[in-house]
Design a protein around this ligand. Structure first.
Ligand SMILES: [Zn+2]
Length: 254
């Protein structure tokens, strides 16, 4: 199963994965029944989660809703640290994750809009370098695992900052590696070379520990939030959360 998942992630284009993976994985729910782990996004329990990733991580993917470790962490953060589930909010979700779309869309307190350049799951076709909304439109923007793919990440963040209201906030996650400075080389365009340098064929940079200050150049305030460190070991185990994941919580800046 681990090898099959690694192969599928590597070679099946993302837009097809987004369309068909859900039905395929539904079948695997039958083989993972149990009570050891719990998905706080969909509320189901399992013997364990499915492996996921190019170098497949054990106990990662919810076979019911496709939430990964980071999605379960974000969900818990939103529940415990924000008024996301109760306050009237206008939300822009860039490159929306499957596990969140229906759940966020059905929340009566939200005016929820999804946008993406390619994803068949998004309502608005948009380029994040030029977000097609007026200044100060949104209370919340989510943009996860997008910036490592885009040509100009600072410009993208400037756009997010622009469309946020003065009291607005957002979460902008990307893969961040344990290295001091972000690795970027615009002359590298070959997919194989990009994979070697940046970790994936469609990544244009590899972020280091300067991720937050780098994005802050856009004017956004980007805070490193170690919410996961405040949780009990029991909770981390039960929801299979990523124990070292920093949440990049942003607020409107200049
Ligand atoms: Zn789930």
């Amino acid at each position: 199963m681990k090898r099959l998942i690694s192969w599928v992630i590597r070679y099946v284009p993302r837009k097809y994965l987004q369309l068909f993976s859900h039905s395929f994985l539904k079948i695997s729910v039958l083989f993972y029944s149990g009570k050891n782990v719990s998905c706080n996004v969909c509320g189901k329990t399992f013997r364990k989660f499915l492996p996921y990733g190019r170098k497949a991580r054990e106990n990662a993917l919810c076979p019911n809703c496709l939430a990964l470790e980071r999605h379960r962490l974000i969900w818990l953060f939103l529940q415990e640290k924000t008024a996301f589930f109760t306050q009237g909010l206008k939300v822009l979700h860039v490159a929306p994750e499957h596990c969140f779309i229906e759940r966020f869309a059905s929340l009566p307190n939200l005016d929820y809009i999804t946008g993406d350049l390619e994803s068949p799951l998004a309502q608005v076709k948009m380029d994040i370098h030029q977000i097609p909304f007026a200044d100060e439109t949104f209370d919340v923007v989510f943009c996860n695992h997008v910036l490592e793919h885009v040509h100009d990440d600072i410009k993208a963040c400037r756009e997010i900052n622009r469309v946020l209201k003065n009291t607005g906030w957002g979460i902008i996650q990307s893969p961040v590696y344990d290295m001091e400075v972000t690795l970027e080389d615009v002359s590298v365009t070959e997919p194989a070379e990009r994979e070697k340098l940046f970790g994936q064929r469609d990544h244009v940079r590899k972020y280091g520990r300067d991720y937050a200050p780098r994005l802050s150049q856009s004017g956004l305030n980007v805070q490193e939030n170690d919410f996961v460190k405040t949780l009990s070991e029991e909770a981390i185990k039960k929801f299979a959360l990523p124990p070292n994941e920093i949440l990049y919580f942003c607020t409107k800046g200049k």
